[in-house]
Design a protein around this ligand. Sequence first.
Ligand SMILES: Cc1ncc(COP(=O)(O)O)c(C=O)c1O
Length: 226
Amino acid sequence: MKVPFFNYPQLYLSQKERMDNAISSVVEKGAYILQEELVHFENKLAEYTNSKYAIGVANGTDAIWLALLAADVGVGDEVIVPSHTYIASPAAIKFVGAEPILAECGDDHLLDPNDIEKRITNRTKVIMPVQLNGRTCNMDKIIDIAKKNNLLIIEDAAQGLGSLYKNKMAGTFGLAGTYSFYPAKVLGCFGDGGAVVTNDKTIYSKVSEMRDHGRDDSGEHVSWGY
Ligand SMILES: Cc1ncc(COP(=O)(O)O)c(C=O)c1O
């Protein structure tokens, strides 16, 4: 059987006038990068996910990478990640210099809390649940394990926008959570896009600066960024 891929043109054509108006309003103003449309989107995303802060970044992989960097995860650290995920989750861990440690998945195809404990060493710094296919991991158990072992939780919720666990949005259970707006994602855009959400002011400031070449709110370059 041949399964057709996501029908991108149909999605655009179904709302063509609305999309065209949105695109031309940006293009006519020349307002491409870090402009009011992004701020509006970040505010909406923060509200929708019930997070204090949402920071738009270039894609979902950068979102994971920047969240890990902001949490000071790096060389010598281990991050526990499920064996079933997209390659971007372990790749982002690799790119901060840390080691991805694969844990088994349960019957729900998500990170199995029982397997996490077997993977913890004295180098483990983060548990990275990945919220896949509209499902959400057993976050109560994962939070318990993280608390008991003094570990951070950084969620890869690239596919999880809108998924709820006990009425709380995927991506909002740990220090930071990340989303992808790749065109075929739950909320797809015309190209690449991603975001980090957090309630932590330091993570917010660090990710905001790093995504804008180290610039802070006053426009000064106060740190190294990308
Ligand atoms: C689970 C997961 N993590 C990370 C990513 C990376 O997102 P992006 O393609 O926006 O970099 C994706 C999707 O591609 C994904 O499905």
